[in-house]
Design a protein. Structure first.
Length: 43
Protein backbone atom coordinates (compact mmCIF):
# COMPACT_ATOMS: atom_id res chain seq x y z
CA UNK A 1 0.00 0.00 0.00
CA UNK A 2 1.27 3.48 -0.84
CA UNK A 3 0.33 6.60 1.08
CA UNK A 4 0.90 10.02 -0.43
CA UNK A 5 2.97 12.32 1.75
CA UNK A 6 1.92 15.87 0.93
CA UNK A 7 4.07 17.47 3.65
CA UNK A 8 7.20 19.39 2.76
CA UNK A 9 10.32 17.96 4.43
CA UNK A 10 11.47 21.36 5.66
CA UNK A 11 8.16 22.00 7.39
CA UNK A 12 9.10 19.80 10.34
CA UNK A 13 6.34 18.53 12.57
CA UNK A 14 2.80 19.24 11.50
CA UNK A 15 -0.01 19.98 13.94
CA UNK A 16 -1.43 16.51 13.37
CA UNK A 17 1.87 14.88 14.35
CA UNK A 18 2.05 16.96 17.52
CA UNK A 19 -1.54 16.10 18.43
CA UNK A 20 -0.85 12.40 17.84
CA UNK A 21 2.28 12.50 20.01
CA UNK A 22 0.54 14.38 22.82
CA UNK A 23 -2.44 12.04 22.68
CA UNK A 24 -0.34 8.88 22.76
CA UNK A 25 1.87 10.17 25.60
CA UNK A 26 -1.14 11.30 27.62
CA UNK A 27 -2.71 7.85 27.27
CA UNK A 28 0.55 6.14 28.25
CA UNK A 29 1.15 8.39 31.24
CA UNK A 30 -2.48 8.06 32.35
CA UNK A 31 -2.62 4.27 32.07
CA UNK A 32 0.84 3.40 33.40
CA UNK A 33 0.04 3.94 37.13
CA UNK A 34 -3.22 2.04 36.67
CA UNK A 35 -1.34 -0.90 35.13
CA UNK A 36 1.30 -0.81 37.88
CA UNK A 37 -1.34 -0.80 40.63
CA UNK A 38 -3.21 -3.63 38.91
CA UNK A 39 -0.06 -5.74 38.62
CA UNK A 40 0.84 -5.08 42.26
CA UNK A 41 -2.65 -6.04 43.45
CA UNK A 42 -2.83 -9.17 41.31
CA UNK A 43 0.72 -10.37 41.99
Amino acid sequence: MHFENNRLPEQGFSTEDILWAVGIWSVILTLSPVVVLYVLMVA
